[in-house]
Design a binder for this molecule. Sequence first.
Ligand code: BGC
Length: 522
Amino acid sequence: MASSSSNYIIEFKIDVIKTLKIVGISTGVLTAIGLGAYYIHRRSQSSKRVILRDEVRNILRPFQLTEEQLRRVMANLNTEMTNALKVDNSVENDLAMFPTYVHHGPSGKESGEYLVVDLGGSNFRVSHVFIEGRNRMRLNNKIFLIPHSLLLGEGEKLFDYIAECLQRFIDDNKLSVLKTADYKFDLAFTFSFPCQQKSLREATLVSWTKGFSCTSVVGNDVVLMLQQAIDRRKNLPIQVVALVNDTVGTLMACSSNYRDCKAGVILGTGMNACYFEALDNIPKWKGARDNQTKQVIINTEWGALGKNGCLDFIRTDIDRELDESSLTPHQQVFEKMISALYLGEIVRLIIVDLVQRSILFPGRMQKSPSIRPDYNIFLILRGSFYAKHVADIENDTTDDLSTTATILTSIGIHDPSYDDCFIIREVCKTVSLRAAKLAAAAIAVLINRLNMSSVTVAVDGTLFRHHEQFKQNLSRTLGRLVLRAHRLVLSEDGSSKGSALVAAVDRRLKTSPIVYEKNLPS
Ligand code: BGC
C-alpha cells in the first residue's frame, strides 16, 4: 500500500501498560524484547484511527438513520400496505399487495415429483424435486447462465431459452426414462418479478425489476408464455401448474418445518416480502371466500415503497442520482436503498463524490499526468462495485486494511493509502448499516401485522446468507423495533423447494380434504 499522502491526522494509541507487562514478566530478555517490539508494532497498527474530516462526516450523515426515522418508515409502509389491500390503484398506491392464490401452507401430506424453473436474478435454476411426505424432500438442480443479450432482448427468446434448458436438464438426467408416453411433469415457475395473478397459473407481468428489460413481456401472462415456449419444442412433456414469487417459495419451504412461519422475505439482488393475510382484511379480494379459503399469501412487492414520495424524508442526493441513472427511474425506490443489486453502486457513487472533492486518492485521480485509465473506468462505470465488495470491506479487520486494499486494487484503484481504505470502509459500513436498518423496519411491520404471539420469518437472499454484518445489524435493529417474539430463519433452497410445495399443496387439495393449520393470523 502506498503511504498516506493526505492531510488526515493519524492517532497512534499504544497500550503501554499491556506492553510493559509483556516485557516485565518475560524471563528471556531477548525473547521478551523481540515479542514486545512485535506486540507494539501490532498494537500500533490495529489502533490507528483516521479522524474523519468534517466533509466525510457530512456526506455520510444523511445515511445514518435514527430510530425515529425508522419508526416513520414503519408507519408509512404500514399505511401503504393497508391502502393497497383496499383497492388496486397502481397510480395512487405505492405497493401492489398481490394476492398469490396460495391459501395454505404444507400439511406434511404432500408428495410427488415436480420440476421447478427459478428465474429472478442473472442466472436461473432448473430443479427436480421429490416430495416424499412428512416434509421430506430431495432436490437435484442445475444453474444455467442467462446471456446478457437475452435479459435485454426479445421476451420470446428468453422463454425459448428457458425451454431449451429444461429439455437439456430432462435429457441429461434421463428423467423421462420409465415414464408412460402420456406422462407430463408438473412444473412450478418461480418468477421473481411483480405479477398480477388471476389464479395460481395466470400471472401478468406488471413491470421488470433488477435490470431485466426484455421486450413484449410486460402486460402478458408469463405462465402462458412459458407454456407456449415449452409446447414449441414439441417433445417436452411439461405443464406449468403454478406461478410462485421467490418470497412465497421461501415462506412455504420454511413453514414445512416451523408451524408459526407466516412470512417470507428476500434480501438479495432484489428485496421483497410476502405474508399470510386474512381475507377479511383484504377488501379488494374478489376470489372465493369459504371455509377452505380464509387467508391468502400476499406478495407485498414492498420494494416499490417510496414511489409517491413517502421516503423522501430519508432519501439522499446519492439515492436520487442512482435512481435517475437506473433502467427504472422512480420505481423500486425502497429496493434501491437496500438490495444487493444497488448497495455497491451507492458506495461507488459516494466514493466518486469523495474523489471529486479530492478527499479520496488526493492528487492521484484527475490531476496526476499519469492518470490510469482503469481509475476512470471505475469512476464512470455503473455497477462496477458489488455488494460483495461492500461486505468484504466492511468485514476487513486486518491491521493494515489489506483486504480493502486488495479489493480496491482488483477493481482498478491501485495503491490506495491506509487513509483511503479507512474512509472507504467507513462508507461501506454506513451504507450497509442503513440497508440493514431499513430492512429491519420493514420486517417489523410484517411481524406487527401478523399479530401472533410468536412468529417465524423465513428469509433468503445473499445479504442475509453471506453478509454477516448486515445480518447482525438487521437482527439487532429488529429487536429494538418490535417487542413481539420473533425469529428469522434461513430458508434453504426456498425458492425451489417452496415452489414445488406450492404445486404439491395444490395437487393435494384437489384430491384430499383440507387439513387446517393452527396459528392463523388473527
Ligand atoms: C421483485 C420481487 C422479488 C424480489 C426478490 C424484486 O425486484 O420485484 O418480485 O420478490 O425482487 O427477488
